[in-house]
Ligand binder design. Structure first.
Ligand SMILES: Nc1ncnc2c1ncn2[C@@H]1O[C@H](COP(=O)(O)OP(=O)(O)OP(=O)(O)O)[C@@H](O)[C@H]1O
Length: 344
């Protein structure tokens, strides 16, 4: 388990103190994929670098299992750091060395024989699906392949923890997906705890078990991914979630008087928000059958998070006003959040 207790980091700069991380308390369990999200400058990189003490906290304690890193000598820390791999946005490979030599680098001084080293590197190359690239130089690889080499290198010392600092930010969406899939595989196959920082909610949604949201150096919200997506508390969390959906477009469309939002007498334009709890009920057909309300679906956004569907639908309800009101009350009773955007 990784435990941060009251961790703060202040940089002393010519223009004054920069409080990059303020009083952060976090517990990250063994084997989980923990995401840290925040806008640029929120303090994510500094915080993640405090975990392996690449950045020494100005205050607070960092624990991994029952060892306090913040109390250790540099020598002891060097040993502990071998068990904490790290990958970066720009891969940080050595350009003058081949893929094989890059992966071999952290194994220097490991005491492994040449054969053992060769076996290890071959299996790492297979894991990251680069068996045919061992003699290539970084300049001959795509961004995704470079990140795969970086992952193999980070795993060379059999770490317990892998820190990922914006590991997919320089990659296109498809390559991002393949790298996230590889990280998930590393987590599941090798049982490695992953701490991943990003400014993209789509990345968090794809693979994380839990997430912490950072703003101005502080963790302002934390929870399991489904909880945070279903019931975001902080404005910045809501803003991040909105980036993964086009549903907020409906507000602009209403303001702009878009043809899609035009209503006939008796109709209501409604946004329905539902989560895993209520997707199992056939609510739309029930309100049609029991309340005589017609439903025309305009558009929707359904996410699958940790195997649970949750999302929003924008619909037009048509029928008698009283029937529509009863149908809305029925939906609310079944935990659907209903927002009437416009009525005619
Ligand atoms: N070595 C440093 N010296 C001075 N200030 C720093 C240093 N490193 C980071 N900062 C400052 O600390 C704050 C947090 O930076 P940090 O890089 O941790 O944020 P971030 O959320 O990772 O942002 P980004 O995604 O843009 O990297 C910023 O105001 C940044 O300018």
């Amino acid at each position: 388990m990784i435990r941060l207790e009251h961790v703060s980091k202040t940089f002393d700069t010519v223009s004054g103190d920069v409080h990059a991380v303020k009083e952060v308390n976090l517990e990250i369990q063994d084997g989980e994929i923990f995401g840290i999200i925040g806008f640029s400058g929120a303090g994510k990189s500094t915080l993640v670098r405090c975990i392996n003490l690449l950045e020494r906290p100005s205050n607070g304690k960092v624990w991994i299992d029952d060892e306090e890193l913040t109390k250790m000598s540099e020598k002891a820390l060097r040993e502990v750091r071998k068990k904490i791999g790290m990958i970066f946005q720009h891969f940080n490979l050595m350009r003058s060395r081949t893929v094989y030599q890059n992966i071999a680098f952290p194994l220097k001084g490991s005491g492994l024989s040449k054969e053992e080293m060769d076996k290890k590197i071959t299996s790492l190359l297979e894991l990251v699906d680069l068996g045919d690239k061992k003699d290539a130089y970084p300049s001959q690889l795509s961004g995704g392949q470079k990140q795969r080499v970086a992952i193999a290198r980070a795993l060379a010392n059999d770490p317990k923890v892998l820190l990922c600092d914006e590991a997919t930010s320089a990659l296109d969406p498809q390559t991002t997906k393949s790298i996230l899939k590889l990280l998930k595989q590393v987590n599941e196959k090798l049982g490695i705890t992953i701490v991943l920082i990003t400014h993209e909610m789509a990345v968090i949604k794809e693979i994380c078990d839990r997430v912490a949201v950072m703003e101005k150096g502080k963790v302002i919200e934390e929870g399991n991914i489904l909880e945070v997506f279903c019931k975001p508390q902080a404005k910045v969390t809501k803003d991040f979630i909105a980036t993964t959906s086009n549903i907020s477009r409906i507000y602009e469309m209403v303001d702009e008087g878009s043809a899609l939002t035009e209503l006939k007498p008796g109709q209501h334009l409604v946004k329905l928000n539902y989560d895993a709890v209520n997707t199992s009920k056939a609510l739309i057909s029930e309100i049609s059958r029991d309340f005589h309300v017609d439903t025309n679906i305009i558009f929707g956004n359904v996410e699958i998070i940790k195997d649970s569907p949750l999302g929003d639908l924008v619909v037009i309800f048509g029928g008698q006003k009283e029937d529509i009101q009863n149908a809305i009350a029925y939906m609310e009773k079944h935990d659907v959040k209903v927002e009437v955007l416009k009525e005619c």
